[in-house]
Structures are given as structure tokens and as C-alpha cells.
Design a protein around this ligand. Sequence first.
Ligand SMILES: *Cc1c(COP(=O)(O)O)cnc(C)c1O
Length: 400
Amino acid sequence: MSKRDLSRRTKAVHGGTRRSQYGEVSEAIFLTQGFVYDDAAQAEQRFIKAGEDEFIYARYGNPTTRMFEERIAALEGAEDAFATASGMAAVNGALVSMLKAGDRVVSSRALFGSCLYILEEILPRFGVEVVFVDGTSLDEWRAAVTPGTKAVFFESVSNPALDLIDVAAVSEIAHAAGALVIADNVFATPVFSRAIEQGVDVVVYSATKHIDGQGRVLGGVILGSKEFIRKTAEPYLKHTGAALSPFSAWLLLKGLETMELRVRAQAASAQQIAEALEADDRLARVIYPGLPAHPQHALAMEQMGSGGTVLAFDLGSKEAAFRFLDALEIVLISNNLGDAKSIVTHPATTTHQRLAEEQRATLGITPGLVRLSIGLEDPADLIADLQGALEAAARVAAEA
Ligand SMILES: *Cc1c(COP(=O)(O)O)cnc(C)c1O
């Protein structure tokens, strides 16, 4: 690729490309587990130190996977990246690769169910102390991040209540105490993220979401300094089998080419839909960082320049939420997000079902809360579908 300082859209199309002797336009899928050596001495040499374009075994690295890692690293402004089989393998790998018994981690409480499981159940089992804070309160971060704290973890925009973390301020607090900052950045998306510039040391994505964006594969990626990725994350990941399939890596490479167009269109629709729903008397509360009514609207605009592709609203009760979901005709009931297809989720009974009632209440996951991921359909069709379902849900309630 050209050495000039290219924009993100150009990097998303060309970053990391490796061509075989055939000069293919579209990236090749190297669906191979291993690599052949010219002679025994070359094999020995490669095991001592593999060069930039030398591979040993697909659990360690693969040319197609490497193209994906380099493309996403270029987009995010990170020195390096390691791709994983899922977003959770990335979250687990980023944390476990750097922690040991006796370490202290401070984490925001508002987390995706599986992230919470790692921090709440797994890490303490191995002697890591995990302290949870209200991530929106800088005072709580300041009090909890004591000198010697090893890592700080948060979802920069929380799933599903859409609370924002002040990334620059929390990073500053963490760095003053000597802690590494690890951010699960799924809801910010690589398109709106400036996490590295804002102070995050290690950025983690579930590539299953906006990067694929078409509901086809699971994937994840850890981004950070060359030192962290190659010396800390890679040894753990390559020996414990977190590797992304080269076929999935290829789909994610193709996903990156269109991600910016998709995510910007989805976010523009989400803004339009949030405004339409906010004006609807049948809904008490619409949560979307792009709405001025969101308590962290100013931070969202400063940090991401967008409200993102997901919104949430409260229908008052589980029954009302179910009636609403069941009446939708275009929006699918599922639990992915960032997909080309709009998807509705009832977190209390699905993604966050495992949590105790009071824990859900603390996180704002009320019985009537519905999470809506906006896809690429015409926003006017989506608004009509949502309004029709609100109408139908109200009618069923009146007849009951
Ligand atoms: C989906 C998600 C994950 C997990 O990603 P998978 O690819 O499903 O393993 C982690 N964090 C957040 C915020 C997510 O939305």
C-alpha cells in the first residue's frame, strides 16, 4: 500500500493486502492449517523466529487472518492486532494474558452478560481482585483505581443501557495509577472510535457485530501496541487456541471494505428513528446517545460524533415488550447487533437473563426495556413497522 497518510476509507479497502503470485484482486483465502518448508533448516529457523510473512501453523497465524489484522489495525490507528474466533475470546484473551493472581482490576459495572461473567466469575477464581464501579462516575473511578491497579476495563458504550464512559478522563485516571486501559469498543464501532487517540491502550471488538455486519460469522480482535500484542497477548492466544478461521477472516476483510458506508447509514437511520420514537406519546423513554435528552449527549458527540447504531426504549412491562416484539413485521427478534438487518432484543429475558433482578435494575435493564439495532432497511419502513407494533401492542393491551 502507498506510504502516504491515507484516510480510513482507503485503508478499509486496501490495508493489509497481500497478493500471491497470481495477482488476484480480491484477497485470497488461505484455507490451510500449515505451511511447507523448503528444508529442515528452514523449519528450524522459522520456529526460532518467524519473519513478517512467514507462517508456521494457523493457530499462530495465517496470511488471510494477517491481512484482516493489519487492515483493522490501520483503521483503528493501532500498531498491531491479533484476531480471535469470537469477541469473547478477544475480551478473555486481553484480560487473562496480562493478569496473574494478586492483581487488581477496576471495571465498569455496566457490561454485556458474558463480559460480566469473565470479570465476576472467572478472574476471581484465579485470585484476581475485581472492583466494580458506576462507569459514568469519574469520582468512583478515582476512588477505586488505587496505585498499583493492573488494569481498567469498560465498554465504552454499555450494552444494552447505552451509558457512555468518558474514555479520555478514565484513561488519564488509570494511567496516573499505572494501570493499563482495556476497552470493549463494540458499540462505538471502528467507524466512530478514536479510542487509541483518547488514551485506551488495548481496544477489543466483537467482529461479529459491525465488522462482519451481515450476520455470517463470529470473530473478534485485540488491538494495541506491538509490545502488548506480540509479547503479552499472542503467547497466550496462540497456545490456548483462540485463532480465527481464515475463512471467517476473509469475510471480515470484505466486511471492512463496506463497514464505513454501512455503519454511517445505520447510524443516520438510528438518529431518525430515535427522533420519531421520542415524539411518540406511547413511549415514556427513548435512550439514544444522539438525542439531546440523553444525559451524556454532549460526551457522545465529542467522543464519537454520533449516537451509534443501537437505541433502547422502555415499554413499561415485560408483557408490553413481548406484545411489541411479536407485532413487528420487518424487525427481527434476535440478539445480534450492527447487522444489515434490524434486530430487536428483550435483554431482561435473553442476553441479561442470568443476572439477578436487582443487578438488572442497577444496570437499567428494566422488565420493559427493548434494545433495537438499526440495519440498512429504509428508515421510513422501519418507523412504520415500529409505530405499527406500538399500535398493535396497545390494542392487545386494551382488549386483554
Ligand atoms: C457481542 C458482544 C461481545 C461478544 O462478542 P461475540 O463475538 O459474540 O463473542 C462482547 N462485548 C460486547 C459489548 C458485545 O456486544
